[in-house]
Design a protein around this ligand. Structure first.
Ligand SMILES: Nc1ncnc2c1ncn2[C@@H]1O[C@H](COP(=O)(O)OP(=O)(O)OP(=O)(O)O)[C@@H](O)[C@H]1O
Ligand SMILES: [Mg+2]
Length: 1105
């Protein structure tokens, strides 16, 4: 629903001072008052917004109000700060112009509140989305953090900004916020150590002590009681309407939203606690021998706790409070600090610690809120700086703050009053000049590089020799004496010699907003802003995470002997940069006015308001505005914007832009007094005219939009229709094709049916015909076949008959011929053919015979031989057998080794001796001749025997020596060597008899299968006295063969005779005894037994085989 209000609707007083009638100071103030009384705190002067501080919350900042002012023309609704914010935002978004919002006014006039309202409005109307909302939230939440650390209660304002803040909010092309950058200006750090009566230190100290949990306070070594801290003035620790504990929670929450880590928050709070602790360190003098006093820390507890908080070695800090090292030209000197100097050093440290912490906070917030995208962006700057202030006791800080306000006033004058008037002249517009106060002269008094107050203060600070605040004042008195805005008792300007309101140690400046008396005390020190190097180095050594960043100059590796730039110089430079920055942007002004000094609602102090109206130059502002033109624009852009209002200029104007604008305005029936033609711009006097033009433009744009819509819809429908038509043709074509195809298919299938019927009928006819013909042919063929068969059989029978006859004739003929031939050749046949047949037959028989012999083996033991096939082959058959046996024996022998050969030779000899002579022989053939049956070499029992026999033993065996007396045998060892035989005891191996072989005459054995043998000695030989030996052995054949063989092989010896008979004589020692062998019955057992028959006969019965 559209709200039908206007600047003129329901107006209380006048909403725009330009419309005020009559225009004078009284009516101006009266208008402000009547509006203020009706809660109308905003009033316009053209596009400038005057804001009266209501000192209470009004229901005019609701979301409904935001919607009401959103996208509305500036003059369309009753004056509101939202209208200005909306105008600036739309101008930034739609016209791509960077904006700045300049909020001025004295302390407590409502600048900070106004800046927050602007920011919250912009945040409410710009784009939405998760990312955008996060950015907005971070930008908005940076305020509570900075206010906690940079605002304090003053006499003029319970939430006075003690620093300057300029915030650039960056937007993308759609008008969505991307991020921001905050610049801060000189924090009033002297407040950390000392606050004027009725004022407080920075909020954070009270918030921390009231709001932090007991646990946090314990960690920070703090006490909740404000009175425990020297730096917290007591008289106004609690402020009405301020809930420090709740604010602390808000600040912690805001820090979290902005993106501070938990440990960063902790570090920040530690530093705040350290500042409080620092304030509690007190010093006492200690006399030294050289007469000077040296300071000593009184109670070291606070020092210790502070050192623990910051991670500093206590002794280092203690020393830094007692000594000061001065470095000059590579020389170092250490001087002691007296108590006053120690306090100075302590306060300087506290101030620096706090102000650097504040700057770090700003940098940290900037890190969080900085825009991520690197694309070009538009900027809206919001400037909220400490307001102009006059205290009872004004010092360097007030001087700086007021200088800053002078500069802002200057820029206001530059851009609204002077610039505007100069533009009329430049554009050749008829103009009566309006007189206004230009504060450039005051700015010059302060900032002039040669003889400005700041330049002289710097000069004084840098000057060698004794420099005090008084020498600085002297300098001012000489140089600025003549300046119309400078006042001092001691200046050469006689006018002030008797002015008792001017103390000797002060000077006064007539600022644009009033006279301010500055006490010169502390100017030099505050401008120098000196922190002893020992202290900064001590801080740098601290282990606390932030200290190195805060005191970089304390780094011993980077000792810089040059003086740092003075505070005044730095401030002047940063204000210069700010002014340049503001000049590049489109300015929007909010002039804040404070209705009373009591900080209460509903009170409107005329004199106070009147004073502000005057120094802010608001009357001049209205006058310039009324005399001049509310709106101006280059002809080109004016024509471009409104050309649709006139048929001649729409859509394109071919001539010069100025003529086009003239045609346009005439066509729109704008009265001639409402506008003026400049050189390059058109000037429109009344905002209403502009508003009317804008209205008409909007209506026209709506018409144009309708036209475009109409044409677009027509085009769209036509295109759609054409598309439909085209589609219909395609569909119809496809359908026709389909229908024809169907019809054709039907005809085709019908004709195919008919065709197939006719073809079938024809085919059946032909088939019938063919079948008939085939049957006829088959009948004929069958008849013919039968006929041919009959014929053929008849012929066959005839041929067979004929063949039988021929065959019979041939056989008869052959027989006849055979008979003839046999008769003729019988006599020749027997004479020739018989021999040949005989030879062939014989050959054939022999061949068969020889092939049959192939079956015999190569073993000499093999006795098999094929039976003779024919009687006539008998001789050859036996001979062949013999030859073959000899041949295979020879082959067999050829494979023998030497040892085997010797064995076989022995066997052969045995065969020659015993074969067919002794019945024992055949059983010995298969027994190998082992020789040593006793294994005397190995057997330890025969050790003695072995050593007694020197030669190689050819045979060793166990024999039985037959006793002549009873025919029984007693066992003896029998050893045979090459030269003798030995008989030894079987148990002991004791040699009983050793007979050299030459003494052996013969050996007697029986023909039977016993093992008895007699060794007969030569008569007359050395051994003969022992008598012959009758022995029996299981290896008789071997023993006898070996004895015989020794005789054969030894050339020097006679052959031993071997008698084989069943009866022989044996010469025992005295008598000859006959040994007779008889064939025994089976009762004798298996072995031969010897029995004494009588003195001369021993009978051996041998079991029959
Ligand atoms: N629009 C407003 N509505 C309600 N109260 C307001 C408004 N503007 C200002 N105030 C009140 O006035 C007090 C002072 O305002 P603010 O802090 O904005 O002053 P300031 O101009 O920033 O002063 P300083 O220069 O000391 O910072 C606020 O704390 C608030 O109580
Ligand atoms: Mg403020």
């Amino acid at each position: 629903m559209e709200v039908k209000t206007s600047l003129l609707d329901n107006m209380i007083g006048v909403g725009d001072m330009v419309l005020l009638e009559p225009l004078n100071e009284d009516s101006f103030i009266e208008n402000l008052r009547s509006r203020f009384d009706h809660n109308e705190i905003y009033t316009y002067i053209g596009s400038v917004v005057i804001s009266m501080n209501p000192y209470r919350s009004l229901p005019i900042y609701t979301p409904q109000k935001v919607e009401e002012y959103r996208n509305r023309n500036f003059y369309e609704l009753s004056p509101h700060i939202y209208a200005l914010a909306d105008e600036a935002y739309r101008s930034l978004r739609d016209q791509d112009k960077d904006q700045c919002i300049l909020i001025t006014g004295e302390s407590g006039a409502g600048k900070t509140e106004a800046s927050k309202l602007v920011m919250s409005y912009v945040a409410a109307v710009c784009g939405k989305g998760q990312e955008v909302n996060k950015v907005k939230e971070q930008l908005l939440q940076s305020n509570p953090v900075l206010e906690a650390f940079g605002n304090a209660k003053t006499m003029r304002n319970d939430n006075s900004s003690r620093f300057g803040k300029y915030m650039d909010i960056e937007f993308d092309f759609k008008g969505d916020p991307l991020g921001g950058v905050i610049s801060n200006y000189l924090l009033e750090k002297s407040r950390v150590c000392k606050q004027p009566r009725g004022e407080r230190n920075f909020h954070i100290f009270y918030q921390l002590l009231s709001g932090a949990s007991d646990d946090t306070l314990l960690k920070l070594k703090l006490d909740r009681d404000f009175s425990k801290y020297n730096y917290l003035s007591l008289d106004s620790a609690n402020v009405n309407g301020l809930d420090d504990a709740a604010s602390f929670r808000t600040v912690r929450n805001a820090m979290q939203i902005v993106g501070f880590m938990e440990d960063e928050v902790q570090s920040v709070l530690e530093l705040v606690a350290a500042v409080l602790k620092l304030g509690n360190i007190e010093f006492k003098p200690e006399s030294r021998v050289n007469g000077f006093d040296e300071s000593r820390v009184k109670d070291k507890n606070d020092l210790k706790e502070m050192c623990e908080l910051l991670g500093i070695e206590q002794s280092v800090l203690e020393r830094a409070f007692s000594y000061r090292t001065v470095e000059a030209k590579m020389e170092k000197m250490s001087t002691t600090l007296n108590v006053a100097q120690a306090y100075y050093a302590r306060d300087a440290l506290a101030k620096n610690l706090y102000s650097r912490l504040f700057s770090w906070l700003v940098t940290r917030i900037n890190e969080s809120i900085k825009a991520q995208a690197k694309t070009r962006h538009k900027v809206m700057g919001v400037l909220d700086i400490y307001g102009f202030e006059i205290f009872e006791d004004n010092s360097f800080e007030q001087f700086i703050i007021n200088y800053c306000n002078e500069k802002l006033q200057q820029i206001f004058i530059e851009l609204t009053l002077r610039e505007e008037q100069e533009e009329y002249i430049r554009e050749d517009i008829e103009w009566t000049n309006i007189v206004y106060f230009n504060n450039a002269v005051i700015c010059d008094l302060i900032e002039n590089n040669q003889n400005g107050i700041l330049a002289m203060l710097d000069e004084e600070c840098l000057r060698p020799g004794t420099v005090t605040d008084d020498t600085f004042l002297d300098k001012l008195n000489t140089i600025c004496a003549e300046h119309q805005h400078f006042e001092s008792r001691l200046s050469k300007n006689s006018k002030f010699l008797t002015d008792h309101s001017l103390p000797h140690s002060c000077f006064r400046i007539q600022h644009y907003a009033g006279k301010v008396l500055y006490r010169v005390e502390g100017f030099v020190d505050k401008n120098n802003d000196l922190l002893y190097r020992d202290l900064s180095q001590a801080m740098y050594k601290a282990t606390h995470s932030l200290m190195r960043q805060l005191f970089p100059e304390g780094n011993p590796a980077k000792v810089n002997l040059k003086r740092p730039p003075t505070a005044g110089f730095q401030f002047k430079a940063s204000v210069g940069v700010l002014m340049k920055n503001l000049q590049t942007k489109n300015p929007n002004y909010i002039r804040c006015i404070k209705p009373n000094d009591k900080k209460v609602a509903h009170i409107f102090t005329d004199s106070l308001v009147c004073h502000q109206v005057r120094y802010l130059g608001l009357m001049e502002n209205v006058r310039v505005r009324r005399a001049g033109y509310a709106f101006r624009q280059p002809y080109e852009s004016c024509l471009k914007r409104y050309k649709m209002l006139c048929k001649t200029t729409w859509p394109q104007w071919r001539g010069p832009a100025r003529d086009g604008v003239a045609v346009l305005l005439t066509d729109c029936s704008v009265p001639t007094e409402e506008f003026a033609y400049g050189r390059s711009k058109i000037f429109i006097r009344n905002p209403r005219t502009l508003f009317t033009l804008e209205e008409r433009r909007r209506a026209c744009l709506e018409d144009l939009a309708t036209l475009i819509q109409k044409i677009y819809r027509g085009w769209k429908s036509r295109t759609h229709f054409l598309l439909l038509k085209k589609s219909q043709v395609v569909v119809a074509a496809w359908y026709r094709r389909y229908a024809q195809q169907n019809k054709y298919q039907k005809i085709k299938s019908a004709s195919l049916v008919m065709q197939s019927f006719i073809r079938g009928w024809k085919a059946r006819n032909i088939l019938r015909q063919l079948k008939y013909e085939k049957r006829c042919k088959e009948a004929v063929t069958t008849i013919a076949a039968y006929w041919h068969g009959t014929q053929a059989r008849r012929e066959l029978r005839r041929l067979k008959e004929e063949a039988r006859c021929k065959h019979a004739v041939a056989i008869i003929w052959a027989y006849w011929l055979g008979l003839q031939v046999r008769r003729d050749y019988r006599k020749f046949f027997r004479a020739n053919a018989g021999k040949k047949i005989y030879n062939f037959t014989i050959q054939r028989i022999m061949q068969k015979y020889f092939l049959g012999l192939k079956t015999t083996t190569m073993s000499p033991m093999d006795n098999t031989w094929p039976a003779k096939p024919y009687g006539f082959l008998e001789g050859a058959h036996t001979e062949l057998r013999r030859i073959f046996h000899l041949w295979r024996c020879k082959k067999y022998r050829g494979q023998f080794t030497e040892e085997k050969k010797a064995v076989y030779e022995e066997k052969l000899e045995a065969s020659e001796i015993f074969k067919d002579k002794k019945a024992l022989y055949p059983s010995s053939v298969s027994q190998p001749f082992k020789g040593d049956y006793l294994e005397i070499q190995k057997n330890p029992k025969y050790q003695k025997l072995n050593s007694a026999v020197e030669e190689k033993v050819l045979l060793a065996d166990l024999v039985n020596k037959i006793n002549r007396a009873n025919g029984k045998g007693s066992p003896r060892l029998f050893l045979l060597t090459k030269s003798n035989f030995v008989l030894a005891d079987q148990k002991t191996g004791q040699v009983k008899t050793s007979v050299p072989l030459p003494d052996l005459a013969s050996v007697s054995v029986s023909t039977q299968s016993d093992g008895f043998f007699a060794l007969k000695l030569k008569e007359g030989s050395a051994s003969a006295s022992k008598g012959d030996f009758l022995l029996s052995s299981d290896h008789l054949i071997e023993i006898i063969t070996k004895l015989h063989r020794i005789g054969t092989t030894a050339a020097d010896r006679d052959q031993i005779n071997i008698d084989i008979s069943d009866e022989f004589l044996v010469q025992f020692k005295q008598d000859k005894v006959c040994v007779k062998f008889i064939q025994g019955g089976p009762k004798n057992g298996n072995s031969a037994a010897c029995k004494r028959k009588n003195n001369r006969l021993l009978e051996v019965s041998v079991p029959s085989p």
